[in-house]
Write a protein that binds this ligand. Structure first.
Ligand code: PMP
Length: 396
């Protein structure tokens, strides 16, 4: 059976043009970028080419560096731990939001055990950060603010330009996890006054196992992975050259196609959102209706578990998720949905549909056809539905 893929945020297919770019260089000449021979020179050239493409997609400030990593998790760890270790003489306060990716939250928790003070800023019921509280929470001991650009579970996009203006004014470095945002909305590290930025290859239809941390010219970090001193000593270990070449190509494609692609996806997204909300009772959008990623639709449904919806959709050939693939196996309610003020029960009924480069209107129509009867059937079996009398039968 052909699947309908609606889980682009958990993993994305690799674009054929990316695969060709990766094949194009492999087999020609072998070299470690550290080697002085011609193979090494070619490898260095390929790395530089990819760096320029990543820099260009995020509009990096002149003098900034792109540190290639194994993905977004490593880049987030490097941003938090690298800044904390480097800045511990200056202060110990690190500020994050309540809906950061688990890699930021767990890096922050590990720093808390080492004596850093972690301040978590709440969000409103749309998932938007309380910027007044952020401003008031920055004191002279603050060494980093880390706020994600867009959230992969609820699609909400933060006003990064406003946050960047606050942090720059206070002279505190800003780290932005732009993993879910990159390739979907414009990112401008320079204009938004972002000092550190995380980006991941697979979220841009590049290969898995590659990502980067942008380190702007105004900040200094300490390496976390030590070894031979590659990448200016900031991330030792031979670079994942084929992955990085693919990542660079993915950035180049995203930059030239994002405008049209996002406009098209936004239309499909809106059909999906309206179709679900208009045809299913007690269905609610999670995250902001308008300040959201163009490819992102996320819901919660009263009285049922998200996992049962995912399995039922899977039987119909539709692949979706309940939220963050990274922590959904814990079966704990998502910290993101709880931060919106939802109860544990409400947070369990979540469904996230993420569209991408190969989504079609027929995919959206298929979801809108099968989802209402799935919800009805699951509710008919659910012990959570209040059954007050026969007059309620079949209402949901
Ligand atoms: N940050 C955000 C915002 C994410 O959505 C994800 C997951 N795609 C990550 C970080 C972690 O990415 P990875 O598992 O590729 O390291």
């Amino acid at each position: 059976m052909d699947h309908i893929y609606m889980d682009y945020g958990s993993a994305s297919p690799v674009d054929q043009r990316v695969i060709e770019a990766m094949h194009g260089h492999s087999g020609k000449l072998v070299g470690n970028p550290f080697s002085v021979h011609s193979g090494g020179r070619l490898a260095r050239h390929l790395l530089e080419e990819a760096r320029n493409k990543v820099s260009s997609l995020i509009a990096a400030e002149d003098g900034g560096k792109i540190i290639f990593t194994s993905g977004a998790t490593e880049a987030n760890n490097l941003a938090l731990i690298g800044t904390a270790l480097r800045g511990r003489e200056k202060g110990n306060r690190i500020i994050i939001s309540a809906i950061e990716h688990i890699s930021v939250i767990n890096a922050a928790k590990s720093l808390a055990k080492q004596g850093f003070e972690i301040v978590t800023i709440p969000v409103d019921d749309d998932g938007l950060l309380n910027t007044d509280l952020l401003q008031r929470s920055i004191n002279d001991k603050t060494i980093l603010v880390s706020i994600m650009h867009a959230n992969g579970e609820i699609g909400t996009v933060q006003p990064i330009w406003e946050i960047g203006a606050i942090t720059r004014d206070k002279g505190v470095p800003l780290h932005v996890d732009a993993t879910a945002a990159a390739g979907n909305i414009t990112i401008n590290a320079d204009i938004y006054k972002i000092d550190l930025l995380t980006i991941s290859s697979n979220d841009l239809y590049g290969p898995q196992g590659a990502g980067a941390l942008y380190v702007g010219p105004k900040v200094k970090i300490q390496p976390v992975i030590l070894g031979g001193g590659q990448q200016n000593g900031l991330r030792s270990g031979a670079e994942n050259l084929a992955g990085i070449v693919g990542f660079g190509k993915a950035c180049e494609i995203a930059q030239s196609e994002m405008f049209n692609e996002s406009a098209w996806l936004q239309g499909l997204r809106d059909e999906l959102i309206e179709g679900v909300l208009n045809n299913i009772d007690r269905a609610y959008l999670t995250g902001s209706r308008y300040k959201r990623l163009p490819n992102h639709a996320s819901f919660r449904f009263d009285y049922i578990e998200g996992e049962s919806i995912i399995l039922s959709l899977d039987m119909e050939g539709i692949l979706a998720s309940t939220g963050s693939a990274c922590s959904s196996k814990t079966l704990e309610p998502s910290h993101v949905l709880l931060a919106l003020g939802l109860s544990h029960e409400q947070a369990h009924g979540s469904l996230v549909l993420r569209l991408g480069r190969w989504s079609t209107r027929a995919d959206v129509d298929a979801v809108l056809e099968v989802l209402p009867p799935i919800i009805k059937r699951l509710r008919a079996m659910s012990p959570l539905v209040p059954r007050m009398g026969a007059q309620h039968a079949g209402v949901y």
